[in-house]
Structures are given as C-alpha cells and as structure tokens.
Ligand binder design. Structure first.
Ligand code: NAD
Length: 449
C-alpha cells in the first residue's frame, strides 16, 4: 500500500511531461495543482481531456480529477502558496543555433520569484525540464533569489530531477522507471525530494541516484545522446545492409542485441529519430560542448547521420518512381513514432515537404496524428482516416512508422487498391518474402535477395 503524505505539489507546465507526472503523483495520493499559461489547455484538462494521445492518460486524468487530488489553476502565485514543492516542467525548445531555449524556464523562474516573496515557509523547487549543466544554479536560482528577496538554501531549495519517460509509454515509464536521478545542493532539499519519491515508490524497489545538480543535468543529455547514438549506429548498419544481398538489419540487430554489453533496445533501423527530445538534446549537447571549446565529433556524426536518413528515403522514392511530378504518393505514419500524436521533429515533415517540391499528390494517414498534421501541412496534402482510402490509386506507398494498424495489412490489399503497387517499408513491418512476391517491395535495411 502507498504511504500517506501531506506534502502538496504544484506543477508549472502541463505538457507531455508535466501532465503525466503530475497526475501520476495525484494517483499516489499526493495533492497536486497543475498550472499552465495556456488557458485553452487548462479548460480541456479540467474537463478530463488531455489533448495528448498517450495510452491511459485520459482515463487516469479523469480518475484523479474525480478524487479531487488533482486541480487545475492559472494562478501560479496562489498555487505556490498552497503547495510545498513546485516542479518546473515547461518546454525547452531549441534556439536557432541548436542551443537550449530558456525563455519558458526564465519566465517560470520569474513567476516563482514573485510568488515566493509572500511565502514564509520553506519551498522546494524541482526542475524537470531538460537544461544544460549550470542552468539551474547559474540562471534559475539567481532569478528566484533576486525577485523573491529570499535566501537560497535557507528560505527555498532547488533540485534537478530529469525526466526519462518515453511518449507512447509515459504512464508505465513513470510508474516503473529504470532509475530516478536527483540532483540537490543541500541536505534539506535532498531529504524532501527523496522522501517524495520514497512515498511514490513505497511498494517498489527503485534505483535512486543522488548526485549534484550539474551531474543530474548532464546525466539527462548523456542518456538521450547515447540512445540517439544507438539509433544512428543501427541506421548506419542498415545503410550498409541495403547494398548487400541476403542481409537483413533486423537479424544483425537481434544478434548484436543479445550481447548484454550492447542490449537489444533502440536498435530498430528506420528513417531517423524525431520527436521533441533526441534531435534538440543532441544538438544542445553539441552546442554546449562547443561553448566549452570541445568539439564532440561523435555527437556531430550522430546528428549528421540522422539528418541524412530522410534524404536517403526520398532518394529511394525518387529512384523507384523515376519522376515524382503528377504521381500519387501515400504516406502511412506521420507522428515521430507509433502510439503518439506528437509530430514534433517527425521525419514525415521533412520527407513530405521535400516531395511536395516536385508536385505529387500526397495522401496521408496516421492513427492518431491527423489533427496535428493538419496544422503543419494545411491543404497541401490529402488526409485520410481510412487506410484503404489513403492507398487507393497511389503510385507509391511509404510506411514511416510501425503502427499496429499497418502491420496487419496484406500485400494483396496494396495490389488491389494501388495504381502501381510499390511499397517502401522504412521500418520492415511486413514479411519480406510474402510482400516481395506480390508487390514491388522495397524494404529499408534488407539487401535485395
Ligand atoms: P510541452 O511543450 O509539451 O509542454 C510544456 C508546457 O509548459 C506547455 O503546456 C506550455 O503552455 C507550458 N508553459 C510554458 N511556459 C509556462 C509558464 N511560464 N508557466 C506555466 N506553463 C508554461 O513540453 P514537454 O514535451 O512536456 O517537455 C517539457 C520538458 O521536459 C522539456 O524540457 C523536454 O525536453 C523535457 N522532456 C520531454 C520528454 C517528452 O517525451 N516530451 C521526455 C523527457 C523530458
């Protein structure tokens, strides 16, 4: 049974991370206030709609709203007054030069500073947003101290607690993490944050890494950059496989993944990583290293390999179709991965925008991301909620993610409905020999048999 707690929490920023973590805390009996500057988002959330496609998120949101352990507010000052610990979970989008954008962090720190002016009891601020080493202590703390007039470590404390959840499995990741990393600067803050997580995971054995704030900040980047490196590595192997008969990158990945020093995760080759984290975090770490006069050649290569992946897929499409002008191309899978509606930095954006330069008709389908895709492509592509309609009369169908809906499609469906049954499968979701017999099948990472 979960231990009881009187500690009250507030969260600033109810996006993927803030909403998921805040309602998971509420589900563990914490009283939680969620704050966001986006009033339309708050209205939706208070009616039980997260606005995010994430397995079980809406259900859990409705549950915690009903118990009254989770409430919504646009009044940060009041929320800080009513809570003991405030988590900062605002976005940290990339600047033009790849460095981490701190505009939302600075504005949240400013608001916290104003709110703390009128608070007499100790308040702990926990930063979860991804920021480079030094940001918490050199930027956030001075802003709060200056505006509030309060003493750091005496009147308020600060911890850095990076988030490692993955979209598509966010609630499960929050409830069953591989680790919790806690960076703190004094024993009081360290005790409060450890206590929170000990209560949250009171029935589980969890690896808690207590460390310095700067270590915790760098751990987040080192973690994401390593995963991105695995992806660019297996994509490099896939690019080699493409040119060798009787070779399949999945078999290579399965075998090398059996080596416990390597591990099988993040070895699925494809059109490149996207999403709101890996592209920006790798670039930010490169930029941060450069600011320290170190050129991180490995990370630069990881980023370059990733940027080239969509181009490779576009070249395959162009090569197979001879010319694109007036052709009809179907794209299945728009979100940066399956089981999410998040289009941020999705390779589909790069591929579709590039193809559109040559005037094809583009028909798109995604199980969850159509509404978000409309904000990006407007009326430049045709949207379909039905897969058959999306592939009908097409000259080429490109599979960009491994949604379960696509995996069950048979080659006869493509043969029957497409104008020319050319299927380019960037995620190897189909059985090679079954498809190769019936359609013109290009399977990325599989050398032609
Ligand atoms: P998001 O863009 O989905 O959400 C951020 C939210 O903060 C928005 O709702 C925005 O309106 C709100 N906001 C901005 N400024 C505010 C302010 N001053 N006061 C109150 N609300 C404010 O971002 P996200 O994807 O949840 O990411 C948040 C952070 O967590 C980022 O640093 C990101 O790199 C990191 N992260 C994200 C993921 C992920 O999978 N999305 C995973 C791990 C870590």
């Amino acid at each position: 049974m979960t231990k009881k707690t009187n500690t009250k929490l507030s969260f600033i920023g109810l996006g993927y991370v803030g909403l998921t973590t805040s309602i998971c805390f509420a589900d563990k009996d914490f009283h939680v206030i969620g704050v966001d500057v986006d009033k339309s988002k708050l209205k939706k959330i208070s009616s039980g709609k997260s606005g995010i496609f994430e397995p079980n998120l809406n259900e859990l949101l409705c549950k915690v709203l009903k118990t009254k352990r989770f409430s919504i507010s646009d009044n940060l000052s009041d929320s800080i007054k009513k809570s003991d610990v405030t988590f900062i979970t605002v976005g940290t989008p990339a600047n033009h030069d790849g460095s981490v954008g701190l505009q939302f962090i600075k504005s949240a720190a400013t608001d916290i500073g104003h709110a703390l002016k009128n608070k007499s009891s100790y308040h702990l601020v926990v930063v979860k947003s991804t920021i480079v080493p030094g940001t918490t202590e050199n930027i956030i703390v001075p802003i709060i101290t200056k505006i509030s007039g309060k003493k750091y470590d005496e009147d308020f404390g600060i911890c850095y607690n990076p988030e490692f959840l993955s979209e598509g499995s966010a609630i499960n990741d929050m409830n069953n993490p591989d680790k919790i990393v806690l960076g703190s600067s004094n024993s009081k803050s360290k005790k409060i944050i450890n206590n929170l997580y000990n209560i949250f995971y009171s029935t589980q054995k969890i690896n808690i890494v207590n460390t310095t704030i700067s270590n915790a900040e760098l751990i987040k980047y080192a973690n994401n950059a390593f995963l991105a490196t695995k992806i660019s590595y297996i994509n490099t192997i896939a690019n080699i496989c493409n040119n060798i008969p009787n070779v399949n990158v999945d078999e290579i990945a399965r075998a090398i993944g059996l080596d416990s020093r390597i591990n099988s995760k993040f070895l699925s080759a494809g059109p490149g990583y996207g999403g709101s984290c890996f592209p920006k975090d790798v670039k930010a770490l490169i930029q941060f290293s450069s600011s320290l006069d170190y050129s991180p050649k490995l990370l630069i290569a990881v980023d370059e390999v990733n940027q080239l992946q969509p181009t490779l897929i576009i070249n395959i499409i162009k090569q197979k179709l001879s010319f694109i002008d007036n052709k009809t191309i179907s794209i299945l899978g728009l979100a940066f991965k399956s089981k999410t509606n998040d289009m941020r930095e999705s390779v589909a954006i790069k591929i579709i925008n590039e193809l559109l330069k040559q005037n094809p008709t583009i028909k798109v389908h995604d199980p969850e991301a159509i509404d978000n895709a409309k904000q990006i492509f407007g009326d430049r592509v045709d949207y379909h909620n039905n897969i058959i309609e999306a592939i009908k009369n097409s000259d080429c169908c490109v599979i960009l993610n491994d949604s379960i809906e696509y995996k069950s499609l048979k080659p006869t469906i493509f043969k029957k409905y497409m104008n020319k049954a050319l299927v380019i499968d960037t995620k190897r979701i189909f059985n090679y020999s079954e498809f190769n017999e019936i359609v013109d099948y290009y399977c990325y990472g599989v050398g032609s048999y």
